[in-house]
Structure formats: C-alpha cells, structure tokens
Ligand binder design. Structure first.
Ligand code: SAH
Ligand code: SF4
Length: 374
C-alpha cells in the first residue's frame, strides 16, 4: 500500500463546512478554507503549488495530506452536435477496474451535464442497460462531485466569460437515492454559492421511486425532482420498474406531492420511456392523465434507446406525438426529449461504461437524451 495516495483527503468530497473543519484541523485559520474554495470551484485549479495566496508552508502541508482529484479520464468523445461524453475510471473494486460515463449536452442558452451516481444499478428496470449490468458499487461524494468539477475544468467558460455547465442532472448510471449518503453532500456542493453555485432549479435528481428516501430528501434538500414513472398502472409498472412492487404508484405519488409541498417546488417531472406496444397507447395516456391532472406535474417522454439483448422497441414518432398531444389537450403538460449524440453512443439515462480487467465493455448503439428543463 502506498503511503500518500491512501491517506490523502480528496477535498472534492468535502462540503464547505467540512473543508473549514479540515483546514482548522490542520491548525490553520478558517478563512484558508474560503481561499481554497475559490481555487477549487471558481478557478478549477487542483495543484496546490499554484495557489499562491495560501503561503508556502500551507501549500506544502496540503500536498502531503490532501488532494483535489477528479476521476481519471479513460476516453473522451465529441459528437458532431457538440455533445461530449467522458468515460471515467472509477477505481478498482474487488480487483476489477470500474468505469462510469458523464455526458455534456450543449443547447442554446444552457449546458447540461448528466452524471452518474453508482457503478451499475441494482434496481434492474427491464428497459435499462445500466440495470442489465447489475450493481457494482456506490460512487463516493468526491467521485460524484468530481464529474462536475472535471467538466467545468475542461470546458472552461464561454466567449463572454459565462459558465458552460449551467445544469446538472443525476440521470447517468445508477439510482441516486440508493446512494443517499454520498449523493446528499454532492447536491449541497452543487447549489452552495461557495462551490458550484447552481440554482436549485438547475440541479435535477432523477429517481425510480425509493419512497422512504424521497421523504428524507424533502427534509434535506430542495433540488428539482424527476421521477421515472414509465407506466400508469401498478400491474405494468411492476414489470418495467421492479421497485414498484415495494413502493407502488399511489405511495410514490404521495411522496412526490409531499416533496413539492415541503420544498415549495414548482413541479415534478415524470419521465416516461416510450416502449412500442407496451405503455404507449391512448388508454395509457388517459390513465396517466388521471394520475397527474390537477397536480404540479410535467411529463417528459423519452423515446426508448435500444441496446442489445432487450425485448423492447421504440414507439413510432406518430405514436409518440399522439401520446404527447393527448396529454397536452387533457391538462397535463408533456414534452418529448430530443435525442442527441447518436454518433458517440451517449445516452443520458442508460450509460454503460464498465471496464473489467482493463477491457472496455460497450453495450451497443445508443443515443443521448437531453435533461430536464430548468
Ligand atoms: N436511476 C434513476 C436515474 C438514472 S436513469 C432513474 O431511474 O430515474 C435516468 C432516466 O433514463 C430514467 O428515467 C430511466 O428510466 C431512463 N432510461 C433508462 N434506460 C433507458 C432507455 N433504454 N431508454 C430511454 N430511457 C431510459
Ligand atoms: Fe437503475 Fe434507473 Fe436504470 Fe432503473 S432506470 S435500472 S433505477 S439506472
């Protein structure tokens, strides 16, 4: 075991208050933490030796006991439409190399970063390639935060000095609420003005519906919420999103409305993957309307992104349009997610980037889906 790598604290995993405690623990004044925060989150500098206002002794001390380390880049892909995808090494676990994916989706006036919260996912939704891989491990707070830090460091600022990453969505690999302990401090860093300083409406957590954690989330944070509904009846949702057997739709929706009330939120986005002949009829649209009408809810329809070894097909554009129009004309706002980054196999929502024994496993052709509106 090498001495330094294992005992150094990765500062990307600390909230501003924790960073202050860390600095004080080193025998330094609390204002040193504020200086560090500026270097880390306003200038995207990771090398302590460049942090000139810290003083030589402190810089040397930090170099021994701390680090600012984002996940290492395995590969970077740029799409013709401006979308970028990074395959990132998440460190070995059980002796096997792990990798995750992070995707940046530029649009006029905003840039959305889609990040991962786990390597794989245990929830096994039947239409999801991450679920098909099974669960490997939770990402640490530093690894979650590191994805956003890395994108900012690499993308820099726009021509007029404006920030490039304006929105963060937890819609990559994994179920964020199944990694609550590490995700919560990351959410705090995203919205804290001493760190990433994003408005709460520009940070979206997407969940398949872990009801107890949704109630905790309502106590602990106020970010935007997206919920993977995908079916309007328990019978169908039990098949598509197996966690529904434990937390059925009624219970889930109660937790959602509670979240909105507790957080004084604007609305909840319900994701609905369009699977040909499975959940895309007007009867389904009608049932979905009955569930959501009168609530502050929006539906974001996601054309299914296929991958090898699954039984589903994407609904036709006509069916998708008819479903959307039904919802919109019956009082439920619905939009269809645009697919992006087809040429680099990047799909927000079902990214698959494991590396086992240093062999890259890629799961077929996918396309990217743009995150939720701020
Ligand atoms: N685990 C969380 C967040 C990651 S998945 C969740 O399930 O919400 C992000 C979104 O992508 C979810 O709505 C998920 O259902 C959707 N998704 C997963 N696989 C997909 C696929 N093959 N095609 C389209 N959307 C998919
Ligand atoms: Fe996990 Fe979300 Fe995929 Fe379901 S859709 S398996 S919860 S990542």
């Amino acid at each position: 075991m090498t001495a330094t790598a294992d005992i150094r604290t990765n500062l990307l995993g600390l909230t501003p208050d924790e960073l202050e405690a860390f600095v004080v623990g080193l025998g330094e004044k609390p204002f040193r933490a504020r200086q560090l925060l500026v270097w880390i989150y306003k200038r995207w500098v990771s090398d302590f030796s460049l942090m000139t206002d810290l003083g030589k002794a402190l810089r040397a001390k930090l170099a021994l006991c701390a680090e600012i380390r984002a996940p290492e880049i395995v590969s970077e892909h740029a799409s013709g439409d401006g979308t970028r995808k990074w395959l990132l090494r998440a460190g070995p676990s059980d002796g096997r190399e792990q990798a995750i994916e992070t995707v940046f989706i530029p649009e006029p006036g905003r840039g959305t970063l889609c990040i991962s919260s786990q390597v794989g996912c245990a929830l096994n939704c039947s239409f999801c390639s991450t679920g098909a891989q099974g669960f490997n491990r939770n990402l640490s707070t530093a690894e979650i935060v590191g994805q956003v830090w890395l994108a900012n460091a690499r993308l820099g600022t726009g021509v007029a000095g404006e920030r490039v990453v304006t929105n963060v969505v937890l819609m990559g690999m994994g179920e964020p609420l199944a990694n609550y302990k590490n995700v919560l401090p990351a959410l705090k860093l995203f919205t804290d003005d001493r760190a990433f300083d994003l408005s709460r409406r520009r940070v979206t957590l997407s969940t398949s519906g872990l009801v107890p954690q949704l109630y905790r989330l309502a106590e602990d944070t106020n970010v935007a919420l997206a919920v993977s509904l995908h079916a309007p009846t328990d019978e169908l949702r039990d098949q598509l999103v197996p966690i529904n057997r434990r937390h059925p739709i009624k219970e889930l929706l109660e937790a959602c409305w509670h979240y909105l009330e507790a957080q004084n939120g604007r609305s909840i986005t319900f994701e609905y993957v369009m699977l040909d002949g499975v959940n895309d009829s007007l009867t389904h649209a009608e049932a979905l309307t009955r569930l959501l009408k009168g609530h502050d809810a929006k539906v974001n329809m996601i054309p299914f992104n296929t991958f090898p070894g699954n039984q589903y097909r994407r609904s036709s554009p006509e069916k998708i349009a008819a479903f959307r129009d039904y919802l919109n004309s019956h009082g439920v706002t619905a939009t269809v997610r645009r697919t992006r980054g087809d040429d680099i196999d990047a799909a927000c929502g079902q990214l698959a980037g494991q590396v086992h024994d240093r062999t890259l496993v890629r799961l077929g052709t996918r396309s990217i889906s743009v995150g939720v509106q701020a």
